[in-house]
Write a protein of this length. Structure first.
Length: 76
């Protein structure tokens, strides 16, 4: 019920206000064992709005990027 009220409130603010409202972007860092990088890479890049950094070390793979809350909630 609360999420419905919040959604309605945001919709009204966007349509009836001069207040610009945008979805939050989250900057995240994902570090996984290098052996899992190929398996996880596609899924991580699918949700990334902007990949800032990707690096493979001997034992681990790391990626840093921005995700939007909207794209995350699309999966549920």
């Amino acid at each position: 019920m609360v999420s419905v009220q919040v959604s309605e409130c945001i919709r009204l603010l966007q349509s009836d206000s001069n207040l610009p409202i945008q979805r939050a972007r989250m900057r995240v860092r994902v570090t996984v064992p290098a052996s899992d990088s190929q398996r996880l890479r596609e899924g991580i890049f699918k949700f990334g709005d902007k990949i800032e950094h990707e690096e493979t070390h001997e034992q681990e793979w790391e990626v840093v990027g921005c995700l939007s809350a909207f794209r995350l909630s699309d999966r549920h």
